[in-house]
Design a protein around this ligand. Sequence first.
Ligand code: PMP
Length: 392
Amino acid sequence: MLEKLAPQKPDALLALIKLYAADDRADKIDLGVGVYRDNQGNTPVFKAIKAAEQRLFDTQDSKSYLGPEGDMGMVCGLLGHILGEDLAKDLTIDGLQTPGGTGAVRLAADTLYAAGARRIWLGTPSWPNHAPIFTASQFEVLTYRHMDVATQSLDMEALLSSLYKAEDGDVVLLHGCCHNPTGVDYTAEQWAHIVEIMAEKRLFPLVDFAYHGLGQGFEEDSAGLKTVLARLPQAMIAYSCDKNFGMYRDRVGALYAVAQDDAVMATTKSNMAALARANWSMPPDHGGAAVRIILDDAELTQMWRDEVAEMRSRMRWVRDTLAAAGTAGSVDFAPLATQNGMFSMLPLSPEQIQALRDDHAIYMAGSGRINIAGLTEGNIGKFIEAVAAVSG
Ligand code: PMP
């Protein structure tokens, strides 16, 4: 049986981590893997998480099963931050905890498939795991062009013409904010335009929200999602806490559904729970419990939001510093200041990316995606010079 399996390519970014670790040049720079780094290049545990974990350690008296919904205190506590308290109360919305944003996207795919959806539209480029997840859930994956990498700007015309080709009942995946890998988010007008066509064509929105708070601010980052929810009767939101609580390996996320009435909502939730049970039975508890403790405590919540604000402003500093450098060789850094979040894509050829690695010990994805947070006061100058050297 097992001999019939075809070998699978190792994940390119994980392979890059190994190459980076094996490089003994002292001034090497890792712009590959998508984790936040501070100005010292570290990915520390949030202070608010440390405090919550201590409280969990002191007070948790059982680790017995919670059930497929996971920690509903966390799931409900997040909603006020995602939507604001008023909208969270007005909408017919419910959700459950998932193993990270990945689990949320997978559970959304399985639930939508069970509801009869068969086709999903993904922007290109998108997070490389989107297409495999939907393929694994039996979807036909269709793509729309999102960004023109050469000009580093949104290709709205291509996006809209794809949406016009979509059919009633197709699912469209939209990045809530801090688009991975391009950093290019939609303006308020662009969101409104996209949502209007989706309403007209009766397309179903799945909003992947993995970087909330890391773009312009918590409220600003959910403006697009709110536009979706204001116009379309149903939606799903795949939320990750792995970046904005720094919980990567603890796998904390949530999947929400919005429905037009309580009956549809209850049936949807029962399907989500049944599919979660079939997939992973229940999500890991520790990280979700720590997030719940933070959200239940005003002081810890403030501490958490301040830590996210610090990350956001550091990444803004990186973007502004690159933009102030103007061009380096053939690369124009100016558009990076208008983009958001942890990633941007540079118009570099595979040869130039290889030269950055070989000659300058700078590691980035083969697509040209850079992790903005990999740049610090100590290495940003070297990075700009190296880009100029390989692309000039
Ligand atoms: N969606 C997008 C767009 C992402 O970039 C990521 C993380 N790289 C995820 C979902 C999944 O996040 P998690 O680590 O919580 O599974």
